[in-house]
Design a protein around this ligand. Structure first.
Ligand SMILES: C[S@@+](CC[C@H](N)C(=O)[O-])C[C@H]1O[C@@H](n2cnc3c(N)ncnc32)[C@H](O)[C@@H]1O
Length: 289
């Protein structure tokens, strides 16, 4: 009996320092390992609750409570699918899937999807979504979508970049990399309307008053560097990799796309939610080249 107790002490002792000591420096292990267990019967809601800070609203048939900011059934993506002429059988690359809501829509419409997500937390949420909604033709990759585009050899029928351009440290590099891998690119993005933002209001809108001028394909592009302030501290933060996204103007975005050989641009979803921060959808295609 004494021997058994000794053995048990040794066994517990072998693991306890990792679990009961101070919080693990890597941030992976919880302070209290029991918090890491789910005591409710298995359910898909448990999977959602395992990761805090959801933004997306799942379709009602899944009967789960996640976020309520962005619906899975997003008109912008349905529009992009329609502009492409349907995605059944198409090989689609999605940059920044966040929680996989748009991946779900593309999948539901018959696409095979590679989705590259840079946020570790968002990537795990995508895997939860994949499990819940059974996205058998979707593959999620964790890493920087720009470097993926620059290193991958294959071309995609369609690239979907919804709400990622204005989170890029170098949005021109991103557009250039995407343009090299497809003839059809869907972008929804916010952009800056400088005429509505007097210089003295740049800082209060988290824009660096110093603009950056870049020459690209014979065009002079102004980049407006921004700061996320404290937004990145929220568990539902879904911005970029670096705290220095650069925004472009509407005309610069269109000019750069044109210079990259997209000779057919369709625009939709024009909105002006804030005086100097507007947004729109662009479906860019290379036709007949
Ligand atoms: C504002 S969310 C948009 C999510 C989704 N596409 C949508 O429109 O609802 C931006 C997403 O892009 C991801 N992201 C930002 N920069 C990225 C990069 N360089 N590579 C891959 N994903 C990125 C973020 O982590 C986040 O999930």
């Amino acid at each position: 009996m004494i021997r058994l107790r000794k053995l048990m002490r040794r066994a517990v002792g072998a693991h306890s320092p990792r679990h009961s000591g101070p919080a693990d420096q890597s941030g992976i292990l919880p302070t209290n390992a029991f918090e890491d267990y789910e005591s409710r019967p298995p359910s898909i809601q448990n999977c959602i609750d395992a990761i805090p800070g959801w933004n997306s609203q799942f379709p009602p048939e899944y009967d789960v409570v996640a976020g309520n900011r962005v619906p899975f059934l997003d008109d912008r993506i349905l529009w992009a699918i329609e502009r492409f002429g349907g995605v059944a059988g198409a090989d689609v690359l999605e940059i920044g899937p966040m929680e996989g809501g748009h991946t779900y829509l593309l999948h539901q419409n018959g696409a095979t999807i590679t989705a590259v997500e840079a946020s570790k937390r968002a990537f795990l949420k995508c895997l939860v979504t994949k499990e819940i909604t059974n996205l058998s033709r979707a593959r999620f990759l964790l890493g920087d979508g720009v470097q993926y585009l620059e290193n991958v050899e294959k071309r995609y029928d369609l690239i979907v970049a919804c709400a990622v351009l204005y989170h890029m440290r170098d949005p021109i590099r991103f557009l250039e990399a995407a343009a090299a891998r497809t003839d059809a690119l869907y972008v929804w993005t916010s952009y800056i309307d400088e005429s509505a933002l007097p210089p003295e209001q740049m800082a209060s809108n988290r824009f660096d008053p110093m603009r950056e001028i870049r020459e690209f394909n014979g065009i002079s592009v102004t980049l407006y560097r921004r700061d996320y302030a404290n937004v990145y501290l929220n568990p539902d933060f879904c911005g970029g990799i670096y705290n220095e996204p650069r925004w472009m103007s509407r005309s610069s975005i269109l000019d750069v796309l044109t210079s990259l050989g997209f000779n057919h641009l369709e625009i939709a979803h024009e909105q002006r939610p804030y005086p100097a921060e507007h947004c729109f959808s662009v479906f860019a295609r290379r036709i007949g080249s």
